[in-house]
Design a protein around this ligand. Sequence first.
Ligand code: RM4
Ligand code: MN
Ligand code: MN
Length: 433
Amino acid sequence: MPEHFEIQDSFISEQNQTSKDWVEEDFAHLARKLRRQNVDIGDLVAKAGNFRVAIPSWGVGTGGTRFARFPGEGEPRDIYEKLEDCGTIFKLVRSTPAVSLHIPWDKPDDPVRLREFAQERGLHFDAMNSNTFQEHPGQRHSYKFGSLTHPDPAVRAQAIEDNLECIEIGKTLGSKAHTVWIADGGNFPGQQCFRRALERYLESMREIYAGLPDDWRIFMEHKFYEPAFYSTVINDWGTSYYCARELGPKAFCLVDLGHHAPNVNIEMIVARLIQFGKLAGFHFNDSKYGDDDLDAGSIKPFQLFLIFNELVEAELSRLPNFKPAYMLDQSHNITDPIESLMMSAVELTRSYVQAHLVDRAALTDAQEKCDPLMALNILKQAFTTDVTSILAVARERSGGAVDPIRAYRDSSYRKRKSEERPAQKGAVASGIV
Ligand code: RM4
Ligand code: MN
Ligand code: MN
């Protein structure tokens, strides 16, 4: 028996056999239905099979709120165990071969070894993420009043250094992008000079930008509040876009779905950033009230579809500079993180495939003829088409599970991990998300 339990490919294919009947029946029915609309189901299976989204290293640990954290059984205790879980997710859903690392939460002691460890599991590294919103052991200066925009140049220099270090580690890991989210802002009117803070941000970011390798991109993530409750420095996409323009062609704006005020039209922000050639990509999650970090598609699935509608439209139009990076950024407080991440990856693929079902010629026609009802109807038709069997077939063809959640539960993976990974008394998993 291997020292570390792994779900075997043979187990997955046995599981898939038990779903064979319904998959074939639903798939054949859907193929006929789509043929009536002149859509080839094979094309959609290929699209589903090519969809990719990165898993956040911090997402496989159990999250918490500012009130409490309820540690899950057998949760990963270090980055190697986190990668084990990411490998399991990848095995079952097939769309998640990349992992996005948060430094220093998951700072590797030996990046070369970590890269090899990932490769052995078919994984590679997506965008790096810096963390200048917390204090880390041994840190000289406090980030209590900010990092890249702090009034004290020594604090800013430290924050710049922290970001450059992420890039350094990322180079060894094979990453090609760096994401910067800062918590800088204020809790009270008058606390910060808005203009000076943004000037300092740009000044600091220019130094980080100068440290980017030629084939890297830098992503800026805006957020309108929290932990700062009155103002933030990179508060919205407009500020982010301005900074991306100022910094240069390697700078882009990242959209985290939870970082907008309630009811904001996020799909329109996405369309604008696409049009201006500055969309970095996404931190996918869902929210009801704030930066809730709930599972993608759990609260506003129609919004998710509308976002993918914009993305697919751009993909089909072959716009230059359009290569969005897709990442999940969620906090799993009451579910098994592996299950939530798998389900979210599936929901993103669902929206992506459904967006390919939009009859674009008919939509343009309705728009040009000022026919709002028909335009909405065209979108709704795509959104209400059940593409579950397409997703299942795409996964199965690439060796994944027809029903990832069931396969995962039946495998007893979590139970086995709880035996292998006894909780360390008093230990706090890195990451508070
Ligand atoms: C922030 C933001 C960042 C993430 C941290 C943990 O709200 O979404 O992307 O790194 O949370
Ligand atoms: Mn985020
Ligand atoms: Mn967030």
